[in-house]
Design a protein around this ligand. Structure first.
Ligand code: GLA
Length: 666
């Protein structure tokens, strides 16, 4: 459940601009230079105290807030707001030494050592108590501080632990979910391989074992681990809310990763609505996305974040100005990339743009991570662009609070993506994340603004809904309702196969069979590098199915198996549903069939944000190498000049046009 909220950072004037700020790494005189340069760059908010546990709590029962007080005062004097973190993501070595049981244990049973960060078990009582105490002390001390804009709990939650505390917590979670040991045995199908449990003590986390583990165990473990991190986040958020009830509380999520750790949609209740804010970190990862260009990757990150926020504005909490320390191979962004990427995030609903980090560190694991102020100093491409974007954000501040207009949705279900990765699948290549990326990118190339949302949420406003891979689906009722009321739904293969316990439904494809009017006889995976031909001249890859129409039109068949269909179409109520029994190598022919226009040249990014009172803004970014014309009239807020039908968007240029007419549709 998500709660709409258009005013996510009421305490910051205009759009947010800044980054992680770690002045504890620098001598005092550098702080003054920081503040001078921040003001020059238009920075109005920084995230502080993210990794400062060792500084403010240097030993058991020792507290020292002098430096943090000075940092907060410095910011307040400079008119810069603080996104104040609780510093709980990195317990210092003294803590791990005093409480060795709080160090995480991996699936092999190895207890990890201190020496890096995030060295904690989310279930260890001493750690849980410590973070609540930390959050309470900080909230009590800084609640009325003039620099305080919002609270930042932890940092990038992802840690899981396989220790005995975890095992106990897992059993309690399982009891609540399945009601009894008998319920658990049933849900996990433990009769298979004689895995039946006769006492709770026999139930363990999916620690490394002799052979393929029970998929039900693996799936429930992921759900449990996600819930445990939510519980940890909530324990700090609740502690803060006791002292500070008027400032947003957030944490930097990684909504756009490969969907591996957290079911962010289950976090919805706790990161949306009044005094909550969806904030995401997004780092571009070229090695994972060789065939999908960066602007499309930016759009995917933004559209998934906005999806989580239920269409409300959200905040880009971290991005990299240039290279990231953790990726293979250092790289430099091309001139202007940083500006275009940042503008695209804002176009897609972010209420500003923030970075990791303000000033590049001289030491530590991330000393070669890029920053707003690089080692190269002020006289650098990066800092010049940082200043330029700071100025741009001021020029477009009036977009704050407006919402993005999206025509289509791509469905993302974290549980389903986890289930599709459980062991023993017919094809290891039927992963959800890359397929969603591919569909989203195909729509991006056609200029279609797309929300990435949960299948159970309200879909009624979308003209098109794409479900590239919904392997786990309990019921088709919600999707059917969308279609019956006039929607167009496209469902990819290997969908609707299992229920919430990962039990295969006989009568494939289980949950969607009646909706699509298609029967699947068997799966025929396609080896990597090979394709399967369709009789409409297109090809499929990765997967195919021997599928037969029960009550659907066969639009295309596999040439080698003419008796079975490959693409199906069916009218349902006022809408229509398409089913694909393979993953098309090229998604364009299908988009053509759907009538999704190609008027927008590929690489011309067009996104509209609109206020409730009708004021409308067209963000246009020309990622192509050719000048482009836009069908828009109004005023470009970035240049302050009128925009007419004859105006030209130069290669690499971005504009934000306050539109003259209020009745724009995409
Ligand atoms: C994450 C973390 C930051 C930093 C950056 C580097 O986003 O939150 O502390 O490590 O990655 O890319």
């Amino acid at each position: 459940m998500v709660h709409p909220n258009n005013d996510i950072i009421p305490t910051v004037e205009g759009l947010a601009y800044g980054g992680d700020y770690n002045p504890e790494q620098w001598p005092r005189e550098v702080w003054d230079e920081d503040v001078r340069l921040m003001r020059e760059a238009g920075v109005n908010i920084v995230s502080v105290n993210i990794f400062a546990w060792a500084r403010i709590n240097p030993g058991p029962g020792e507290w020292d807030f002098e430096q943090l007080d000075a940092i907060m005062d410095l910011l307040a004097d400079a008119g810069i707001k603080a996104d104040l973190a609780t510093s709980t993501a990195s317990p210092p070595p003294w803590f791990s030494e005093a409480h060795p049981e709080t160090l995480p244990v991996n699936a092999e049973g190895v207890r990890l050592n201190s020496g890096a960060r995030a060295e904690y078990c989310p279930h260890a009582p001493a750690f849980r108590d410590a973070v609540v105490e930390m959050a309470s002390r900080l909230a009590e001390r800084y609640t009325g501080h003039p620099a305080l804009a919002m609270w930042h709990v932890g940092n990038e939650y992802y840690r899981s632990c396989f220790c005995d505390f975890a095992a106990d917590a897992f059993r309690a979670w399982l009891l609540e979910r399945h009601g009894s040991l008998a319920g658990l045995n049933d849900a996990w199908g433990t009769v298979f391989w004689s895995q039946t449990y006769t006492a709770w003590s026999q139930v363990l986390p999916p620690r490394i074992c002799a052979e393929t583990p029970n998929p039900g165990l693996v799936l429930d473990w992921q759900r449990f681990s996600s819930d445990a991190l939510l519980k940890l986040f909530r324990s700090e958020a609740d502690a803060i809310a006791k002292y500070s009830s008027d400032k947003p509380i957030t944490t930097n999520l990684m909504v756009t990763g490969d969907f591996s750790g957290i079911d962010y949609h289950r976090w919805g209740d706790h990161v949306t609505g009044p005094n909550r804010l969806v904030a995401t970190d997004h780092y571009l990862i070229p090695e994972h996305d060789t065939d999908i260009e960066w602007p499309a990757q930016v759009a995917f990150g933004a559209d998934a974040s906005r999806g989580l926020a239920g269409g409300s504005p959200w905040l880009l909490m971290e991005q990299a100005a240039n290279s990231s320390a953790w990726r293979r191979g250092y790289f430099a962004k091309k001139p202007g990339d940083q500006l275009r990427h940042s503008l695209s995030y804002v176009a897609r609903g972010s209420e500003g743009a923030m970075y990791f980090q303000w000033r590049a560190s001289r030491y530590g694991a991330e000393r070669y991570h890029s920053a707003m102020l690089p080692h190269g100093g002020e006289d650098s491409k990066v800092f010049r662009e940082v200043k330029e974007f700071g100025a741009q954000l001021k020029q477009i501040a009036e977009v704050k609070g407006s919402r993005v207009v999206a025509r289509a949705a791509v469905l993302l279900d974290f549980e389903s993506s986890w289930a599709a990765k459980t062991p023993g699948q017919p094809s290891a290549d039927m992963a959800t994340y890359p397929e969603l990326r591919r569909w989203h990118a195909a729509l991006w190339r056609r200029g279609v603004t797309t929300d990435i949302v949960n299948p159970a949420w309200d879909l009624s406003g979308y003209e098109f809904v794409f479900a590239p891979h919904l392997y786990l689906l309990d019921s088709d009722a919600h999707l059917r309702d969308y279609v019956e009321h006039g929607g167009t739904l496209v469902i990819g293969p290997y969908s609707g196969i299992v229920d919430r316990n990962d039990h295969v439904r006989p009568g494939l494809p289980g949950a969607i069979r009646d909706l699509i009017g298609v029967r699947v006889e068997e799966f025929v995976p396609i080896p990597e590098g090979e394709t399967i031909a369709l009789d409409d001249g297109t090809e499929g890859q990765t997967w195919s199915e021997a599928a037969h129409a029960l009550d659907a039109d066969v639009v295309a068949s596999f040439t080698d198996y003419p008796s079975t269909g490959a693409i199906f179409h069916r009218h349902v109520g006022q809408g229509e549903v398409w089913y694909l029994a393979t993953r098309p190598t090229d998604l364009n022919p299908l988009l053509d069939r759907l009538g999704i226009s190609t008027d927008v040249p590929e690489g011309l990014e067009l996104v509209r944000r609109r206020h409730e009172d009708g004021r409308s803004y067209l963000f246009a970014i020309n990622h192509t190498e050719k000048p482009q014309q836009l069908q828009a009239t109004g005023k470009d807020l970035l240049t302050g000049k009128p925009w007419t039908e004859a105006s030209i968007l130069e290669p690499g240029q971005g504009v934000v046009i306050r539109e003259r007419s209020e009745a724009h549709k995409q």
